[in-house]
Design a protein around this ligand. Structure first.
Ligand code: NAD
Ligand code: MG
Length: 382
């Protein structure tokens, strides 16, 4: 039997990870964590009987404690305990928390020398240098769950020394063909309606604004130690090619598959082995065409800001991420229009004094300050 801690088990990736675990059969769930969705967490406890769960929200945690019939599973309260779940003695920690809240648990997993299956891209965006340093120091395997990076990871396996550039594909989201005027009027419901993937609300909005691809460029930089100039984004509306690499002799290798996150999740869990999966089989003759376009960074400036922040390094990427989180949640609450999200990000980046070679405290402080500034800008403008 193998052991796993799943952080963010009640989310889209968390639930799909449990589906994969069901099909693999030789995995034992040691710990699960959630923010406050205790109804779903209670069902998961009943089925998987973990040693303990962590609920971040104190009120929800107290509710769960009083409702829980089983004595087998302990309920720990608060975000500090996410680090306990991450540093348990397990074969792998799957981090499917959304947002900056995932960084410290990722660091705790690496500190405990646990291998990490990382869905939480914000960990690498905000804390890329400290997380990768620790991962290297502790000899930890950092396996990317994100479909594009999982694809690149698979492709690079026997070609690491021959890489020329990474071609990161983007679906383009629901508004790829919209004009700027049309973009100005999109509703929250429009933005939540992603053409190819069913995901949590934050990443769905990030996909619509192309910030997701911006975060993924930074994620790829840290995962594959690749210069920003050697990471290109290509819009590919069919989401069949999950990403490509160009080798020094000009050969382009692509990884293709159906849009099903259970495949990259499983690859992380069975790595380096491959076994049959739940993923639906790709039938290329059922697909009319595979198209590729350049991304329009005038219409979707987030992508440009992510490259700029990534290249500047230091605390800029953490600030980009934090300002974006605030902007996305304000958009979801109907407080700001779609196009204001990237304006908020640009304004907060402009106001930031970069700290090069940051430690965790610098990153935490920059994140906090960027959130404060983003809220201030939103209050001033709307
Ligand atoms: P989600 O919103 O569906 O789930 C998020 C999970 O994190 C939930 O279990 C929630 O309880 C927990 N959570 C939320 N806020 C928290 C906090 N402050 N502290 C601790 N836990 C918290 O999100 P998702 O779509 O599953 O995405 C999770 C991560 O995976 C994100 O970083 C996302 O970018 C990445 N990712 C998702 C997909 C996808 O298909 N959904 C694909 C690639 C990458
Ligand atoms: Mg992705």
């Amino acid at each position: 039997m193998k052991n796993i801690s799943i952080l963010g088990s009640t989310g889209s990736i968390g639930c799909q990870t449990l589906e994969v675990i069901d099909s693999l059969k030789n995995w034992q769930v040691k710990a699960l964590t959630a923010y406050k969705n205790i109804d779903l967490l209670e069902k998961q406890i009943k089925k998987y009987q973990p040693e303990f769960v962590v609920v971040v929200d104190a009120e929800a945690a107290a509710d769960l404690r009083s409702k829980l019939k089983t004595k087998k599973t302990e309920v720990l309260i608060g975000k500090e305990n996410l680090k306990i779940a991450a540093s348990e003695d397990v074969d792998i920690v799957l981090n499917a928390i959304v947002g900056f809240a995932g960084l410290e648990p990722s660091l705790a997993a690496a500190e405990a020398a646990n291998d990490i299956a990382l869905a939480n891209k914000e960990s690498l965006v905000s804390g890329g240098s400290i997380l990768t340093d620790l991962v290297n120091k502790k000899g930890v395997s950092l396996l990317p769950v994100d479909s594009e990076h999982n694809a690149i990871f698979q492709l690079l396996k026997s070609h690491e020394k021959e890489l020329d550039e990474i071609l990161l594909t983007a679906s383009g989201g629901p508004f790829f063909s919209y004009s700027k005027d049309e973009l100005a009027k999109v509703s929250v419901a429009d933005a939540l309606n992603h053409p190819n993937w069913e995901m949590g609300s934050k990443i769905t909005i990030d996909s619509a604004s192309l910030m997701n691809k911006g975060l993924e460029v930074i994620e790829a930089h840290w995962l594959f130690d690749c210069d920003y100039d050697d990471i290109k984004v290509l819009v590919h509306p069919q989401s069949i090619v999950h990403s490509m690499i160009r080798l020094i002799d000009g050969t382009v290798l692509a990884e293709m598959g159906s849009a099903d996150m259970r495949m990259p999740i499983q690859y992380c869990l069975t790595y380096p082995e491959r076994i049959e999966s739940l993923g639906s089989k790709l039938e290329l003759d059922q697909i009319a065409a595979l198209e590729f376009f350049q991304a329009d960074t005038e219409k979707f400036p987030n992508l440009k800001y992510a490259y700029t922040a990534g290249k500047a390094g230091g605390t800029y990427p953490a600030v980009l991420n934090a300002a974006n989180e605030i902007a996305v949640y304000s958009f979801l609450k109907g407080e700001i229009p779609f196009l204001a999200m990237s304006r908020v990000v640009a304004s907060v980046l402009d106001q930031h004094q970069n700290i090069l070679d940051p430690n965790l405290e610098d990153i935490l402080n920059s994140d906090q300050e960027a959130r404060r500034l983003a809220l201030e800008v939103i209050k001033e403008w709307f």
